[in-house]
Design a binder for this molecule. Structure first.
Ligand code: HEC
Length: 162
């Protein structure tokens, strides 16, 4: 009996691997990418790439285990949701007003320790931000809010999430 149940479970685990999450993303326009547009310091760039870009950009890294269902579905859901709310790959397309709003939220989330998502930092030790890194990131986001980022052209009215 036990062996039958085990067999059924193994078969189910194998079968769900056939259902692949849809990873097609909009093509990334490098001109609109936050890092390309704002040219942050190397420190900030590293923090953004290791702690935010996997979920908030069109360039997520997919380590091997992200191919294993059902984890793959759950992770893709996070990436889709992350991009929908805050897409750093389309920063340049966002209006200054939208940017300001997102920057405010980013400051709050980083200060409050809500981002990067804790479920992500369990497996990505390099994305666990130290106090100093949080301060650096918050200072960077704050420095981008309107008035100070006048040199970043406003190239449209699209939401960064869209
Ligand atoms: C593991 C994926 C993941 C990582 C890594 C991550 N986020 Fe998020 N983020 C999400 C998801 C999912 C949401 C939307 C749901 C929510 O608010 O929990 C979100 C929401 C946000 C929002 C809110 C946007 C809105 O309109 O509500 C901001 C701002 C944000 N993240 C900033 C960041 C920053 C800055 C980093 C890096 C320090 C980061 N996130 C890292 C997944 C992630």
């Amino acid at each position: 009996m036990k062996r039958k149940i085990l067999g059924a479970v193994l078969l189910a685990v194998l079968l769900i691997q056939l259902i692949r999450p849809d990873r097609t993303a909009e093509p990334v326009d490098p001109l609109n990418d936050l890092i390309a547009v704002t040219k942050p310091s190397a420190d900030v760039e590293t923090i953004l790439r290791t702690a935010c870009y996997d979920c908030h950009s069109g360039q997520p890294r997919y380590p091997w285990y992200t191919n294993v269902a059902p984890l793959s579905w759950w992770l893709q859901h996070h990436i889709n949701e992350g991009r929908e709310h805050f897409d750093l790959s389309s920063w340049g397309k966002a209006s200054v007003k939208k940017r300001d709003h997102k920057l405010e939220e980013a400051v709050e989330m980083v200060e409050g320790g809500e981002m990067p998502l804790p479920s992500y930092t369990w497996t990505h030790a390099d994305a666990r931000l130290s106090e100093a890194q949080r301060t650096t990131l918050v200072a960077y986001f704050s420095s981008l809010s309107s008035g100070t980022n006048a040199d970043v052209p406003d190239r449209g009215s699209q939401e960064p999430g869209k």
